[in-house]
Design a protein around this ligand. Structure first.
Ligand SMILES: Nc1ncnc2c1ncn2[C@@H]1O[C@H](COP(=O)(O)OP(=O)(O)OP(=O)(O)O)[C@@H](O)[C@H]1O
Ligand SMILES: [Mg+2]
Length: 346
């Protein structure tokens, strides 16, 4: 018996695994990745959830640099703090060169605020994900274990928001020559949005228009344009990848319960609106029919919700995974889960 998931891991470049908290996203992402690696395809499983548990599941430390989890399988937990810090350090250095001594305490204060500003971490996650996908080896599958639903859809929409932001900045470019000094800090490879978040306070301290000769300003403007263009290109590439159904797909994991079903329908709508291809649903932790009255009764209730799901999303393949007796932990637990994801008889 084959499963639609096998087809996805074989033929797409990036799989996003999403859903509500605790449904089994990390376990499903890891099991799909393990299965892909065992089939001979190099695979990277990446966690974008700030509350990472890839490391717990695999019983080893996983960090912001890839570690080997099994033959042909690597794992990585995105650390937005690291991306943000690296970037703020670059901005700080630029500002130190430009600012009078007595204002440097204030610069530090603003940069510290920028680190905790809303959106900074999400933007850093996206930036790092873009980098990971840019560096993806040919033929490699990347499986992304995402944070619970709301966060995920924002992540998907972010390239568009950022593109709008960048375009706005480009069109204001004549008025924003003063941004030049700070934007030189954007040259780093990581966390550019983090610096963008602090750019807002720069004009108060930066060069004033007319301070310098026209030639110099023209050069500086060209430099700003180059930096922004490159950044915009990076987000455009990422968005194109996410929206290409030949390369990317989204898998929603859920439990057969009332709220998860409603939220899955909503998440499906949001993703479809963002032009992401939702390619399969995994209904996890199904109650067994033959393990006592209580679980049999629960299973009957679940059937009702599955019927509702089939009604609302009629064309979507559904893979069912039973509630497993043991914990899904380490390679052994994941092997068992992978067997079900491949379509073991329910
Ligand atoms: N089919 C299953 N049978 C039994 N236990 C399972 C099954 N799938 C997952 N689990 C267990 O459920 C718990 C939650 O799984 P997991 O951490 O993968 O969920 P998650 O969606 O990533 O959670 P979070 O939203 O907190 O990141 C784990 O202890 C995992 O071992
Ligand atoms: Mg998780």
């Amino acid at each position: 018996m084959t499963s639609p998931l096998t087809d996805l891991t074989a033929h797409r470049d990036v799989l996003f695994v999403g859903g509500k908290g605790g449904v089994g996203k990390t376990a499903v992402a890891s099991a799909l990745a393990l299965d892909s690696a065992r089939s001979g395809r190099p695979t990277l499983v990446v966690s974008t959830d700030p509350a990472h548990n890839l490391g717990h599941l695999w019983g080893r430390r996983v960090g912001d640099d890839p570690v080997e989890l099994a033959p042909l399988l690597r794992g990585l937990e995105i650390d937005p703090g690291r991306t943000t810090d690296a970037h703020l350090a670059a901005v700080r250095q630029t500002m130190r060169r430009l600012m009078p001594e007595h204002l440097q305490g204030e610069v530090d204060k603003h940069l510290d605020l920028a680190r905790d500003a809303p959106g900074t971490h999400e933007a850093a996650v996206l930036e790092r994900l873009a980098e990971v996908l840019e560096q993806r080896d040919r033929d490699e599958l990347v499986v992304v274990d995402t944070a619970p639903s709301g966060h995920t859809t924002r992540l998907i929409a972010l390239p568009e928001l950022m593109q709008a932001w960048t375009e706005g900045l480009l069109s204001r470019q004549e008025r924003s020559a003063r941004f030049g000094a700070a934007l030189r800090g954007l040259e780093g490879d990581r966390g550019e949005q983090a610096a963008a978040d602090v750019v807002g306070f720069v004009p108060r301290y930066g060069e004033q228009p007319g301070d310098r000769g026209g030639d110099r300003r023209a050069r500086r403007d060209a430099e700003i344009r180059r930096v922004l263009d490159r950044r915009q290109e990076r987000f455009r590439t990422l968005r194109e990848l996410l929206q290409d159904p030949d390369r990317s797909a989204f898998v929603i994991v859920l439990a057969a319960e009332r709220l998860p079903v409603l939220e899955t329908v909503e998440l499906h709508q949001q993703l479809t609106r963002s032009h992401m291809d939702v390619a399969a649903l995994v209904v996890n932790k199904r109650s067994p029919a033959d393990a006592g009255d209580l679980l049999a009764a629960r299973r009957a209730v679940e059937e009702g919700y599955l019927a509702q799901l089939a009604d609302e999303l009629p064309d979507l393949p559904v893979v069912e995974v039973p509630l497993l007796p043991g914990e899904v932990l380490g390679e052994e637990g994941l092997t068992e889960l992978a067997r079900w994801l491949r379509g073991a008889p329910a």
